[in-house]
Design a protein around this ligand. Sequence first.
Ligand code: SF4
Length: 213
Amino acid sequence: MSITLTIDGQKVTVEEGTTLLNAAAEVGVSIPTICYHPSLTPPAVCRLCSVEVEGRRNLQPACVVPAAEGLVVHTNSDRVRTARRVILELLASTVDLHEAPEIQAMLETYQCNPARFSGGAVRRFEVLVDNPFYVRDYSQCVMCWRCIQVCADDVQYTYALTWGGRGFHSRVATYFEEDMPDTTCVFCGNCVGVCPTGALKGLVEWKEEHEQY
Ligand code: SF4
């Protein structure tokens, strides 16, 4: 069944079940994302893709909310831009983003000022070099969930990764905090491939950057 809605003033007709994110793409409207990856189940955790839908009180995560007949969607309103700016500023004030050029570009786009949150705690974790293939630096992790999903039902069915810690100290972990060689990891590299930051990196590349290692 086809559905017609309006996105940023443009009428678009899509198949039932199409997300607002994909419907917007149909008419050339690009909505920013971090946790979304086209090959993975959207976890809707970063909320950067939130859009305004007339008649709905809360901003809606476009990566998971389906199009509906007659919806009027605003992807770049003042309210949407403010929400994105705050999300990005909070990320930039707590996470090391120096190897996340796409997120840095978004900081520019939304005229972010992470200094507004300076003085807060920064997430810092020991770099984990526990296997011959890749390095995990969770100080650069934006908690997008992609690596956990690609390791699980979305692609690899290996289930080497999960969440560890609580609240501010939560991070991607292995079960029972095992070193990676003691987990079910088969070192396929899919997690490194989908990571949007420098949190996961091949060991050879990492060593070249850290010659003293
Ligand atoms: S390690 Fe990378 S892919 Fe995994 S949650 Fe963190 S940023 Fe996302």
